[in-house]
Design a protein around this ligand. Structure first.
Ligand SMILES: *Cc1c(COP(=O)(O)O)cnc(C)c1O
Length: 376
């Protein structure tokens, strides 16, 4: 049995090594390290996969969120509603742009932003909502888009954890997550479901005008070389990373299926356990299991984490401190926020290893050890 890791990038690489090595070698042969042909090829292939008109590659997922918010013409002090229960990047870029993050609750079952909480947080200064498709399933986009329409708000989807997931509308229509709101953002960080071998990210939109704006902002605010219309930034996806991603994109559906198989194994092993709640999938979404996250109740969560570590089974707490309790946001209300579901989840979640290369023996050991912990 291979040692268990949260993600096994080495084993995944070895399965696709000839294709990856050839793709990297081809970039080296051409020396077009910046904006080479593989960048446009990958953007086109990803737009076809997602069914979205424009894919604008950029340097990482955090930049994708920042550039998306920069393109919306917001003014300092404008409010952006976002969950507190998320990775810090989602909320950090809001504050960085001198906008005001307004933290709201998530749904206790799906870990995604609660549409009812959004509606309650809206003020005349609210300009945008940033839902996060956390752990790999979609937030309730139909409800969120209805609220956005009613109050004339932008929606920027943080799709860093859910690329490839399907959103299923009430009328049966399906769309990929990240293609429903005004703008969608993703990350190609190596451990993400579609990950490269360094940093990378992308922005999606169906709007031609916004696409031009996003491209311009990511490229020093220029449309024509050396003529800079707006203050932008320098955010590019390396050609080598694009070449790698173009190969891995072809495997994405297979990778998602492998993750779903792991989740099904765990679900079965933990079904009906009095202390363990397995992930629930909302009826309007598929789940691509970027994380497989349990909620423990009436149990010592950190005790389980340590017990597993002693048996060489890694586990992670995503995330140990919610945004509204981070020091960086003290001036935005911080502890004055009352987010009991978020706090409750923060104390009880634990994520188990899930990746594309898991072995049956590994799954057997992980589930045995988790169940053993509760017998003490
Ligand atoms: C990974 C991640 C990001 C940021 O992506 P980077 O490429 O690391 O900048 C943003 N939001 C969420 C929810 C993420 O998981």
């Amino acid at each position: 049995m291979t040692p268990i890791q949260m993600v096994d990038l080495k084993k995944q690489y070895l399965h696709i090594k000839p294709d990856i090595d050839a793709a990297i070698q081809s970039v080296l042969d051409n020396c077009a390290f910046i904006n080479g042909k593989p960048v446009q090829d990958f953007a086109l292939h990803l737009s076809q996969y997602l069914g979205v008109k424009h894919v604008i590659p950029c340097a990482n997922g955090t930049d994708a969120l920042q550039i998306a918010l920069m393109a919306l013409g917001l003014q300092p002090g404008d409010e952006v509603i976002t969950p507190s229960f998320t990775y810090i990047a989602t909320t950090e870029v809001i504050a960085l742009l001198r906008l005001k993050p307004v933290f709201v609750e998530v749904d206790q079952k799906t870990f995604c932003i609660d549409p009812g909480a959004i509606e309650k947080a809206i003020t005349p200064k609210t300009k945008a909502i940033v839902p996060v498709h956390l752990y790999g399933q979609a937030a309730n986009m139909e409800a969120i888009m209805d609220i956005a329409k009613k109050h004339d708000l932008f929606v920027v989807e943080d799709n860093a954890q859910a690329i490839g997931a399907d959103y299923i509308f009430a009328n049966g229509e399906k769309k990929k997550t990240g293609t429903i709101g005004t703008i969608g953002c993703t990350s190609f960080f190596p451990s993400k479901n579609l990950g490269c071998y360094g940093d990378g990210g992308a922005i999606f939109t169906d709007d031609d005008g916004l696409a031009a704006q996003l491209k311009m902002i990511a490229n020093h605010g220029q449309r024509v070389k050396y003529y800079h219309d707006v203050v932008g930034c320098n955010s590019r996806l390396d050609t080598i990373q694009a070449a790698i991603l173009d190969i891995k994109l072809k495997k994405l559906d297979e990778y998602i299926a492998a993750r779903q198989k792991v989740a099904a194994y765990y679900n079965k092993a933990f079904a009906g356990h009095p202390n363990i709640t397995t992930p629930s999938v909302a009826p309007f979404t598929t789940h691509v299991f970027h994380q497989y996250t349990l909620v423990l109740d009436g149990a010592d969560r950190d005790g389980l984490h340590n017990f597993l570590a002693a048996a060489n089974v890694p586990s992670m707490i995503y995330y140990p401190v919610p945004a509204h309790r981070q020091k960086m946001f003290a001036s935005f209300g911080g502890d004055a926020y009352h987010l009991p579901v978020t706090d409750w989840l923060t104390e009880r979640v634990i994520s188990l290893p899930v990746h594309t290369e898991m072995e049956d023996e590994q799954l057997a050991l992980i589930t045995t050890k988790v169940l053993e912990f509760f017998k003490h």
